[in-house]
Design a protein around this ligand. Sequence first.
Ligand code: C5P
Length: 418
Amino acid sequence: MSPLNIVVGITGGIAAYKAVGVVRALVLAGHDVHVVPTEGALRFVGRPTLEAISRNPVHTDLYEGVAEVRHVAIGQAADLIVIAPATANTIAKLATGLADDLLGNTVLASEAPVVIAPAMHTEMWRHPATQANVATLRSRGVTIVGPAVGQLTGADSGPGRMEEPEVIAAAALERAAASARRDLAGRRVVVTAGGTREPLDPVRFLGNRSSGKQGVAIAEAARARGAEVTLIAANLEIAAPEGCDIRRVSTALELQQAVTDAAKGADVVVMAAAVADYRPADVSESKLKKDEGDGGMTLELVRNPDILAGLGGAPHDGTLLMGFAAETEPDDDRLLALGRAKLEAKGADLIVINRVGWHEGFASDENRVVVIGRDGEIVTRAHGTKASVADDILDVVVSESTTAASAADTTKEHEPTT
Ligand code: C5P
């Protein structure tokens, strides 16, 4: 990545001392870092430290450098703004667009992507005001990193701890790279995420442990890269990303309907959702009662349609179909063989294979995948945060659709004209 001009905003929370690590990580990665601390931040960490680590002068006062119009110049020059830690107060100010200090002015005067790492006590993080402000920022495309769950300043612990500096720096650089790419601009991408639920009665369902995190990460990354994204969201355990057309579904049949509609004219369909293969043959209108005796219970299940196979089996010229194969197979070769068989059986163009288990794949924030192409060859291997895996998967989507498009052009060139 070529060197970026990065503004690191530091606000007045105790985690400010860890922001030095964010600055250092970005400087060591070769970027030109300008620190804009708030007055509060300077109570926790000294200006000389920030100047030494960033290797640049540090400004905080709105009324200094007026001749060089500093209050807008810093933001205008930025390629990326990272705010770590972001206190509840700063998050509220950013959500309202307040510009009563240099950092507020810098953010408003900038068109660069903004990444914030919230840090505060759990109660403050969970407060509806903070959550509403975070949702507002997210809807404007601000990337929120963390907060992590763990030890807070006092003896207490919970969600609110600032993410580790290296994680923040890596997420910020990923975001900048994705924004710079815009290589999915003008493309229509459909992503399914989450896990279906098949009702047994009004209070029970058969479901699976998919959280939807990987699918949501793919939708977010595709949007950041300029795509028009439809996200078919099946019972997500996390918030749906803003800026996407969200269609909520619950059962496999609902998902089938939604994805079949959305796939018409789409350039890419990514089937990341875990879809139930079976559903109860009958759905009881009232809560099922247990038998008086000690006997067990037998459920009759019927097959759900294989949605991906349905899309893959129908003509889908111009739509790249990507499936997922989540398998518990421990042996690498056999895992790949299962993925290849699935690619073939479903008529997909690409398949993402990931191992899942009690402790792997599902609720985790990390993933490890292998992507297989039409000819059964490994196209890429990716591991890391689900956000970075999402970007690696989209790199494949971009290169495969470019290859397909140029192959189509070549065919056209050789077609006899009538
Ligand atoms: O057959 P299996 O469930 O392992 O296949 C996984 C892939 O197929 C995923 O992309 C999933 O979204 C899709 N699928 C589907 N319809 C089903 C089951 C899975 O589209 N009934």
